[in-house]
Structure formats: structure tokens, C-alpha cells
Design a protein around this ligand. Structure first.
Ligand code: NAP
Length: 533
């Protein structure tokens, strides 16, 4: 079959792909979106596990580009659940008539750049081919899910689910014996939601995480009106903060205030909704080990207060990383779950999992029998989705091989050696309140594509010196942050994936404000960091 031609191919119909499609279509371009799922939504399409919801204030999360959309849509809760977010994204797709440009069930397997005509040739599973001068990757940083590398996984006779591949039909867990592996943000949401329904729940924990209360609640009609009237202020506020959340870092240092003032501030943050306790904390909490120790002690005290059995509480308190040095899960009654008779916590450092058996899980000490096994075992973050596609740039260069060690990008938007490939939320971009980051990058990429079309260029790629300088800047920006010394998906560690045992810097951590400033300067000065032909 001959390839299907368009002006641009976008891989992914999540929040990034949908907005990028909207913007390029407005330039009059023919756009082909290829999406592996059967519908739009990306993260919110795949992650349907019980209790899935985001941790951004709903009214700071949605798209900001359409005033009409902002006024029409009503978020039911301050932190919306996955079904509402998916409903929202479908509403957007329908309102802006996006689906007619999207081919679903189209998992991209290869993307090859042809030097002779400066076109990308893209193939999907099943063999259809597409061709376009521009390739835009909107893959999502957390789309390459990973299963635990535990022997016997295929033997289990009950039902087994990874949280990122949760069935579309509800899973009946009433009265069932359920085992869950993992205690990250996903597991915490799942555990606190299913614990009340299951017959018995066994949680297999390798590393406990610090978690703080979400304090979610319904949005009242008065609040709804207030939110709709203040979108300009809300988005302006998000633009001022380094993570694009509404929470601003407190300028004081924890070590400079009295113990009473510190404690009172932390009590206040602990009682407030959202990420304030993480990204709105004292300025030194995520950079100074002594300040971080104090914050960790405060959080440990909270866990001890909430979990009745002191031995279980101790197991739930992280010992190998400080508060906030991994992405903070927000919870709603998570710790209290361990006060229930039908929930048991197994520390697999004390009694390691030896294998998965047809009946359940065998640890060094016990045989567990389960009807359902849940793998909340996370993702090969940021670069994983790129590795799962065979991407070849100029001269047949393999992206996977080029990025061994560290990704080489300029602004996280283009990779060295991969002409005409633009990445939305690729490695080395600022991240936080994701849709805010996405809109800015999509707008920037759209301006750059417009520049390319106006000047009738056929090919663009970043200059090697600009890539090297950006790489150095990215490393420098992370130097003082404690999280860079801790293993997590954010530092590129995934013990289930070969080669993912060395920490890498995968984001830009100099803050969204600085990222925006630098990206804007590049555009204003005429994109001199790129080679144009
Ligand atoms: P994660 O944070 O990487 O957690 C994976 C968990 O599985 C960890 O507890 C990990 O233990 C454990 N694990 C992995 N392999 C294992 C093995 N072989 N044996 C035993 N345990 C194993 O993944 P996640 O919870 O899916 O969250 C990923 C990210 O998604 C979050 O950080 C967040 O950015 C995003 N997320 C957001 C929301 C939200 O907005 N509310 C909700 C969920 C997720 P170790 O720590 O020891 O490796």
C-alpha cells in the first residue's frame, strides 16, 4: 500500500497531541495523528485504575486556549477523577472536531527520516505507512509501563492487571483476595480506593514514599462561578511559579525561622489541598539536607499519628530518601487503610518476593493466595516511550542508541541528528502542572513550524554546539536539588528495565519561568540555535 501523505504526523492523541493538532490545523496544515488507543486521552485513556485522579487543582489543569471552553466546562471536584478528565478530553475533541484527523488503533513501530527528500516515513503495527515532512512526538513522559521482573509472572492463574492497562469494564473485587505490588502515587490511589471493597488486600512494598493529604472536595456552585470569573488570574499565577502549579515556594528558609513558626507553617500546609506542602514549602526544604531532615521528621510524625500499629507505621516511613525528593503522592485516607483488619503490609526488603506462583506470590517466608494481582509498578519514564519506537534520524542514526547515557536535545524540543522531529514534553523540558507545560511547548513549536513555512525551509535541526550548551545547562540546573541524588523514575531509574540503573537528568529543573524565558529568547532572536535549509 502506498504511504498516506500529510504535512505533519503527530504520534499520540493525549493532551499534547490534541492541542498540537488543533494549532497546526489552524495554520492550514494537513495533519495525521496516530494513536495506539481506541480513543483520545493518552494518560487518562490508559490509566483507568480505581481511584485514578490528578493532583493539580482541576481549574488549573484544563486547556487555557479557548475562553468558550473554559466557560462551558465545569469540573465537579477540586481534583478531578480520571473518568471526568477523560470525559473532558472527549468533550474537547468533539467541540473542536479533532477525531476526524486521528487514526486510532495505530501503534507506531518505526519512524525513519529520509535524507534525500527530508521526509519522515512512519509505520504502524499491522503495516500501514505514513509520510510527512514533519514528525511531532506527543508520546507522554509516562506511557511506557513496566511489569515487575519477578519470575513466574506468566504462571498466575487469577486475573492480573497493570494499573496503566486497566480494563475498560469495571473489575469486581468485592470479597476477593487481592495482592498489589508497588507503593508509588498510582498504588497509593488504588490501595486507598479498593481497600474498602476487597475481601483482603496484601500490599507488597519495596520502598515507602512520603505522601501528604490531597484534601479533595466537590466544587460548589458559588465556587464554580468564582472559578469561571478568575481564569485569567489562575493562569497568570501558574505562569509565575516554577512548576506551573498555583503554589509558590515560600521565600523563607526552614532553618531561618523558629521551631514554632516552622511547625505552624507545616501544620497549615498539611491541612491544605494540593501540592502546597511540596512545591509551596520553605525555599530550602528540597535543597538543604538539614532543612529536608526537619521536614521529613514532621511527615514521619504524621504517619505515626495516623497508623495505629507502631511497627506498621515504621515500615511506612521512608528511610532512604527525604521528604519531597521523589514525586510526592497525594492521598485520601491512605495511611488509615493500614488500620483495617483486611489489609496487610509486607515489606519485601525483609521478606523478598521469590516468585509469582499459579496461586499468588511466594516470599522468602510465606505463600500468598490471590484472586487478583495488581502491578502498580510504574513506567520507563520520559525516554522509555521513545525507545519503544525504532526512530532513525539523519544517516540512519538510532535515537535509542544516541540517547544511551543521556538524551541530547536542545530545549528538550529537538534531538541532535533528528531533523524535522519536534518533541512535546520530551526530555529536558520543564515539567510540573503538565497541561500548562504542554500548552507552552505546543505554542512554541507551532511558532517555529510557522517560521519554517514562511521561509520555505525544508529542514531544521539543532546546532551541535547549542545541544551541548543546553545539556550542560540542564545538568547545572539540577546540581543543588536533593532529588537528583535519589533513585526514582524522575532520575531515570527503573529496576525492571535493563540498563536503567544509572541516574540521568530527564527534565529541566531550572523552573518553568526560566525555561519560558530562554525559549522565548530563542524565538525572538530568530532561532539561531538551529540549522535551517
Ligand atoms: P512509581 O512511582 O515508579 O512506583 C512504582 C512502584 O512499584 C514503586 O513503589 C516501586 O518500588 C514498585 N516496584 C516496581 N517494580 C517492582 C518490583 N519488581 N518489585 C517490587 N516493587 C516494584 O510509578 P507510579 O506509582 O505509577 O507513578 C509514576 C508517576 O505517575 C508518578 O510519580 C506521577 O508523576 C504520575 N502519577 C500521577 C498521579 C496523579 O496525578 N495523581 C497519579 C499516579 C501517578 P521502588 O520505589 O522500590 O522502585
Amino acid at each position: 500500500m502506498p504511504p498516506i501523505d500529510s504535512d505533519a504526523i503527530i504520534i499520540g492523541a493525549g493532551i499534547s497531541g490534541m492541542y498540537q493538532l488543533y494549532r497546526l490545523r489552524a495554520l492550514g496544515m494537513q495533519v495525521q495523528v496516530l494513536e495506539a488507543g481506541t480513543d483520545v486521552g493518552g494518560t487518562w485513556y490508559w490509566n483507568r485504575y480505581p481511584g485514578a485522579r490528578f493532583d493539580s487543582e482541576s481549574w488549573s489543569y484544563g486547556y487555557s486556549f479557548s475562553e468558550e471552553l473554559l466557560q462551558e466546562w465545569e469540573w465537579p471536584e477540586h481534583f478531578a477523577a480520571q473518568p471526568d478528565t477523560l470525559r473532558y478530553l472527549n468533550y474537547v475533541a468533539q467541540k473542536f472536531d479533532l477525531k476526524k484527523h486521528i487514526t486510532f488503533n495505530a501503534r507506531v513501530t518505526t519512524a525513519y527520516f529520509n535524507d534525500a527528500d527530508n521526509h519522515w516515513a512512519v509505520s504502524v503495527e499491522g503495516g500501514a505507512h505514513y509520510r510527512a515532512p514533519l514528525l511531532i512526538t506527543a508520546l507522554g513522559p509516562l506511557s511506557a509501563y513496566t511489569l515487575p521482573n519477578i519470575p513466574g509472572r506468566d504462571q498466575f492463574k487469577g486475573k492480573a492487571y497493570h494499573t496503566a492497562r486497566w480494563p475498560h469494564d469495571p473489575v469486581d473485587m468485592k470479597g476477593k483476595r487481592v495482592g498489589i505490588i508497588g507503593t508509588g502515587a498510582t498504588a497509593i490511589q488504588t490501595i486507598q480506593t479498593i481497600a474498602k471493597d476487597v475481601g483482603h488486600l496484601t500490599v507488597f512494598q519495596r520502598t515507602p514514599n512520603w505522601a501528604a493529604p490531597l484534601h479533595n472536595r466537590k466544587i460548589t456552585p458559588e465556587e464554580q462561578a468564582q472559578i469561571k470569573a478568575s481564569y485569567p488570574e489562575i493562569f497568570a499565577r501558574c505562569r509565575e511559579t516554577s512548576t506551573c502549579f498555583i503554589h509558590q515556594t515560600d521565600p523563607r528558609n526552614a532553618l531561618d525561622v523558629s521551631p514554632e513558626e516552622r511547625e505552624a507553617f507545616w501544620e497549615k500546609l498539611y491541612s491544605e489541598p494540593g501540592f502546597g506542602i511540596w512545591v509551596g514549602n520553605f525555599a530550602d526544604v528540597l535543597t538543604n539536607p538539614a532543612a529536608n531532615d526537619l521536614a521529613s521528621a514532621f511527615m514521619a510524625k504524621k504517619i505515626r499519628q495516623r497508623v495505629k500499629d507502631p511497627a506498621v507505621a515504621e515500615k511506612l516511613i521512608p528511610k532512604n530518601h527525604g521528604f519531597g525528593t521523589r514525586r510526592l503522592p497525594l492521598e485520601s485516607g491512605y495511611y488509615e487503610v493500614y488500620n483495617q483488619d483486611n489489609v496487610r503490609l509486607i515489606d519485601i526488603n525483609e521478606t523478598p518476593i521469590e516468585c509469582i506462583t499459579p496461586e499468588g506470590i511466594k516470599t522468602s517466608q510465606e505463600q500468598f493466595q490471590f484472586d487478583i494481582l495488581i502491578y502498580a509498578t510504574g513506567f520507563d519514564g520520559v525516554t522509555g516511550p521513545y525507545d519503544r519506537i525504532d526512530i532513525r534520524g539523519a544517516g540512519g542514526l538510532s535515537l535509542k542508541k544516541e540517547w544511551v547515557g543521556t538524551p541530547k536535545t536542545f530545549l528538550g524540543v529537538m534531538a541532535e541528528g533528528f531533523p524535522n522531529m519536534l518533541m512535546i514534553l520530551g526530555p529536558h523540558t520543564a515539567r510540573g502542572n503538565i497541561p500548562r507545560n504542554i500548552e507552552e511547548i505546543v505554542d512554541w513549536v507551532t511558532d517555529m513550524i510557522n517560521h519554517m513555512r514562511q521561509h520555505q525551509y525544508n529542514r531544521v535541526e539543532p546546532r551541535p554546539d547549542a545541544v551541548a550548551a543546553w545539556g550542560e545547562h540542564v545538568e547545572k540546573a539540577v546540581e543543588n536539588l536533593l532529588f537528583s541524588q535519589v533513585n526514582s523514575w524522575q532520575t531515570g531509574i527503573n529496576r525492571n528495565v535493563e540498563g536503567r540503573d544509572v541516574r540521568r537528568t530527564l527534565g529541566y529543573y531550572g523552573g518553568a519561568v526560566e525555561y519560558r524565558r530562554m525559549a522565548q529568547e530563542v524565538a525572538i532572536k530568530g532561532y539561531r540555535e538551529f540549522l535551517w535549509r
